[in-house]
Design a protein around this ligand. Structure first.
Ligand SMILES: NC(=O)c1ccc[n+]([C@@H]2O[C@H](COP(=O)([O-])OP(=O)(O)OC[C@H]3O[C@@H](n4cnc5c(N)ncnc54)[C@H](OP(=O)(O)O)[C@@H]3O)[C@@H](O)[C@H]2O)c1
Length: 296
């Protein structure tokens, strides 16, 4: 699979990465998690994204990929939710990082992101020293920020982070239009790249994570098979849009199913969407989506 440098860092990542949120969920068995993680590396995926807060995801990465640790870039996140520590304190960032290192059986987290911390925390700037110390000790490769909208814009232009993770997809473009690509050296990991696959739901998925994107997809009112005469389906169209969006380096598909990941890798191998398809997506966005913020 195509590999790209993650912005100005020395890390190379595959155009499709794995979002390992789903494998931390209780309804995914240990055997399924192991099969998915190993299948990902076998498919040529070289970035695995997890977080302290993703259930058993970090432990499962450690258990199933500990021996293949040299084959992928590990991205994880923390800063809050560490029992016994005040959220967004230096001690909480450090304790969370140490937990991630233990759980993932890693000597280093290649990309360590502050996980959706509020703008005010970023503006304080006092977590920088903790991240710098961890980098100087070799515990993290590069420091980054994971979040959206104004906080993302602040983080991206602050010069403090080498990478960011943010929502980018066919129904979520604020980050893409306002932040991504503005700082050429900034590595960009696109989360929610297929918009949580809202086309799965014939009816509004009330209360489901995908509900907002389902609503937006209805509003765009597009038939992927008709766009630009290219005869695509939604999974392929959505993935190719994000993976080749200017400024995006890797698109992390969240899945617990090897077949879904394989389809994403195959879709990416077909390259950027044809210009006629992009033009129709742009026109629909301009009609109804221009004021939509990114989903956090
Ligand atoms: N704040 C943050 O930092 C943050 C927030 C959100 C996400 N993330 C990261 O980004 C990753 C990806 O985001 P995401 O999982 O929210 O969104 P996503 O990748 O756009 O969508 C994932 C959803 O789509 C389904 N899916 C995948 N391929 C499919 C296919 N071919 N056909 C039908 N359904 C398909 C998956 O279910 P199946 O398991 O059935 O495939 C899953 O429910 C996460 O795993 C996480 O690593 C970070």
């Amino acid at each position: 699979m195509e590999q790209r440098p993650l912005g100005g860092t020395t890390l190379d990542t595959s155009v499709v990465g794995l979002g390992a949120g789903q494998i931390g969920e209780a309804d995914v068995t240990e055997a399924e998690a192991g099969a998915l993680l190993n299948a990902a590396l076998d498919l040529g995926v070289t970035l695995v994204d997890t977080a302290l807060g993703y259930g058993t995801s970090e432990e499962r990465i450690g258990r199933h990929l500990g021996r293949r640790r040299h084959e992928f870039v590990l991205s994880s996140k923390g800063g809050s939710g560490v029992p016994g520590y005040e959220d967004w304190s230096s001690a909480s960032v450090r304790a969370g990082l140490e937990q991630t290192l233990r759980r993932t059986r890693s000597e280093r987290v290649d990309v360590y992101l502050l996980h959706s911390c509020p703008l005010e925390v970023l503006q304080r700037g006092d977590l920088q020293e903790t991240l710098d110390d961890a980098a100087a000790q070799g515990l993290i490769g590069v420091a980054g920020y994971s979040g959206d909208n104004d906080a993302l814009a602040y983080a991206a232009s602050s010069g403090r982070f080498a990478a960011v993770e943010c929502s980018v997809n066919v129904v979520d473009r604020w980050n893409l239009h306002h932040v991504v690509g503005r700082e050429p050296e900034l590595g960009v990991i696109a989360k929610r790249p297929i918009a949580n696959a809202p086309w799965r739901f014939p009816e509004r998925p009330t209360g489901h994570y995908a509900e907002l994107y389902w609503e937006r997809l209805q509003a765009l009112d597009l038939d992927p098979g008709d766009l630009g005469g290219a005869d695509l389906d939604w999974p392929e169209l959505a993935l190719r849009f994000t993976a080749y969006a200017p400024g995006v380096h890797t698109a992390i598909v969240g899945t617990a199913k090897p077949d879904h990941l394989r389809r994403a890798v195959e879709a990416a191998s077909r390259g950027p969407l044809p210009p006629e398809v992009l033009a129709e997506l742009d026109a629909a966005w301009d009609r109804v989506g221009r004021d939509w913020p990114s989903s956090t």
